[in-house]
Design a protein around this ligand. Sequence first.
Ligand SMILES: N[C@@H](CCC(=O)N[C@@H](CS)C(=O)NCC(=O)O)C(=O)O
Length: 194
Amino acid sequence: MKLYYCPWACSLAAHIVLHEAGVPFENENVDIWTKITASGADFNKVTPKGYVPALQLDNREIVTENIAVLDYLAGVYPQFGLEGPLGRTRLVEALAYISTEIHKSYKPYWHNGTDEQKAVASAYITARMRLLGDTVKGDYLFGDQPTVADFYLFVNTRWAERFGIDIPPAIAAIHQRLNARPAVQATLKAEGLA
Ligand SMILES: N[C@@H](CCC(=O)N[C@@H](CS)C(=O)NCC(=O)O)C(=O)O
């Protein structure tokens, strides 16, 4: 597998999963503004969407979209998925919530929004994080082990920290636990963020 990623981007979630899994994988840094990869390739030829994450499978197929990439990785590394008849559904439910309700709400912060747009976004993100915090079932979102949804959440809590957005104590506690994990620190180091 090969992950195309960009430091500070949402691709950090998939990157963490690969480090946590402890498997060999390739990665390549992408400049998401110029669309040129570290090896000088045109990223638009990897995916015409031009955004990360893009995961190249061993058969060279490309999977994009955090929800699909993380669902795929949870299938390959079930220790980061959820068991039970509704396990996958609950996981996709959490991934969709993080993607569409939280991740996307950061837009004004990453794309030169006005102060007013940022204030609206900040309040929305805090409210959405609060709702998620009320459902926490243990040390992590679903219990005592992190899932791919926790790693995706971590991207968003790092952004909240960066932009000074309030997050509820239950979510802050998950952030601290994740941040203390050796594989998470190894990923941050690999992306030049540690
Ligand atoms: N719909 C995509 C969006 C991914 C996304 O927003 N990626 C950002 C980084 S966090 C990116 O690469 N942006 C560059 C661009 O859109 O040109 C997903 O959910 O995976």
